[in-house]
Write a protein that binds this ligand. Structure first.
Ligand code: HEM
Length: 47
C-alpha cells in the first residue's frame, strides 16, 4: 500500500471505521498514536 494513491486521511478513516461487510472498525480498539503507527507500517510494506 506504499504505492496507494489514497491519502493518509482516507486510510486513517478506513482503519477507524472499517467497511461494512468487509472490514471491522478499529477506532475503539486503537488510539490515534497506534493508528498512526499502523499507517506508517502499511506505507512501508513494499519498501
Ligand atoms: C489492524 C488491522 C487492520 C488494518 C490496519 C487494516 C487496514 C486497512 C486499510 C488501510 C484498508 C483500505 C485500503 C485501501 O482502500 O486502499 C483496508 C481495507 C480492507 N480491509 Fe483491512 N485492516 C485491518 C484488518 C482487517 C481485517 C481483520 C479484515 C477482515 C476480516 C480486513 C478486511 C479488509 C477488506 C476486505 C478491505 C477492502 C475493503 C474495500 O474497500 O472493499 N481488514 N484495511
Amino acid at each position: 500500500m506504499s504505492k496507494s494513491e489514497r491519502s493518509d486521511e482516507y486510510l486513517i478513516e478506513r482503519i477507524k471505521k472499517g467497511k461494512t461487510g468487509a472490514m471491522p472498525a478499529y477506532g475503539e480498539v486503537f488510539n490515534d498514536a497506534q493508528i498512526g503507527a499502523l499507517l506508517a507500517y502499511i506505507r512501508g510494506l513494499d519498501d
